[in-house]
Design a protein around this ligand. Structure first.
Ligand SMILES: Nc1ncnc2c1ncn2[C@@H]1O[C@H](COP(=O)(O)OP(=O)(O)OP(=O)(O)O)[C@@H](O)[C@H]1O
Ligand SMILES: [Mg+2]
Length: 327
């Protein structure tokens, strides 16, 4: 069953265009010119209960804007959105109690107080019962292993510790839906892994529906079976992560080990030489010609071993985003 459905969502920001120079500034005061930034331009998707979906795209793609609309922080320009049957920007209290938005780049905790104070505040705001609060808090503190820093002023916590506290604050009311906007940004690899483990467990344990944005492909690869790829406000792809390879990869990689010296110049006749460190070379060739290229290598070169591989998902996605053919 779809718990989130987004239909032809548009969000245009009106931006004031300043004319250059002082005279221009003064003119702008009286004759304001505006133009539209089409942050989200016709996005549609549906997400079922319990899904953990990766929402990825380059900087400025429209990810945060979409999540803000889904959270009711922004009104859309056009389109329909339903989250748990609610229209987010109506901001009904019953809706507010069932989701949470966590932004890795934003601090929602009281900076000068220990995190526990923010948790208590959220407990009151969301009208969580004492018993429920205690159970939830104990569970989260245990899962995230932060019992020793609950009473430390937030400003004194490390970034990783603070992010864990941000998560707890966002989860005190046991939301069914979670929007995680770059929750692992800036964390070291160990802490990123811990966050991932937590997100995975939270999803499983509570059958929570989660939309996750991240620029780290490890997050996406480890957590999300389904990804929605967005660029310039448009959905480029929606489906299984592996399918991205089929859809966008237009080349394959031939890894060859030679038994005798060959020159890079000769190899260039086969394809793009990506790595060459005798006796090993990696050559990128057009997908459709991979087997002919391999046959050509075997026939004309002293080949000891050869492998045909798919390019890495990171590379394909970068290729899609930059619009450049990296082959
Ligand atoms: N308040 C705003 N006013 C005007 N333009 C905005 C505003 N917020 C975002 N934008 C623009 O809307 C577009 C989408 O921004 P958004 O923050 O949604 O991207 P994003 O996918 O989250 O990018 P990132 O990966 O960098 O976080 C960008 O071009 C951005 O400059
Ligand atoms: Mg963003």
């Amino acid at each position: 069953m779809a718990v989130i459905s987004v239909n032809k969502l548009q969000k245009y920001y009106k931006v004031h265009q300043k004319e250059p120079g002082l005279a221009g500034s003064i003119r702008s005061l009286f004759h304001r010119k505006y133009y539209d930034v089409k942050a989200v331009d016709g996005v549609s998707f549906e997400i079922n209960e319990g899904e953990l979906v990766g929402f990825i795209g380059p900087n400025g793609a429209g990810k945060t804007t979409t999540l803000k609309v889904l959270s009711g922080l922004l009104y859309p320009t056009a389109g329909e959105v339903s989250v748990l049957g609610y229209t987010p920007w109506d901001r009904k209290p019953a809706f507010q109690k069932q989701f949470s938005l966590v932004m890795g780049q934003k601090n929602q905790l009281w900076w000068d107080l220990p995190a526990i104070e923010s948790f208590i505040l959220n407990k009151e705001i969301y009208e969580v019962s004492d018993a429920q609060y205690k159970t939830t808090l104990d569970e989260l503190v245990e899962l995230l292993d932060v019992s020793d820093v609950l009473k430390v002023q937030v400003r004194k916590l490390s970034l990783g510790q603070r992010m864990k506290m941000e998560l707890i604050a966002a989860l005190i009311h046991s939301p069914k839906i979670l929007f995680l906007d770059e929750p692992t940004i800036g964390l070291d690899v160990v802490m990123q892994k811990k966050m991932r483990d937590f997100i995975k467990q939270y999803n499983k344990k509570f059958n929570a529906t989660i939309i996750l944005t991240s620029h780290y492909m490890d997050d996406v690869k480890e957590l999300c079976q389904r990804v929605i790829v967005i660029d310039k406000g448009h959905v480029l792809f929606d489906g299984a992560l592996d399918e991205i390879i089929k859809k966008f990869a237009n080349h394959k990689l031939l890894t060859v080990v030679f038994s005798k010296e060959v020159t890079e110049k000769e190899l260039k006749k086969i394809g793009t030489v990506k790595e060459f460190d005798y006796p090993r070379a990696v050559i990128s060739v057009k997908r459709a010609t991979a087997s002919t290229a391999a046959a050509e290598l075997l026939e004309n070169f002293p080949v000891e071993d050869i492998n045909i591989e798919e390019p890495k998902i990171e590379d394909i996605i970068r290729e899609v985003f930059t619009g450049k053919d990296l082959a």
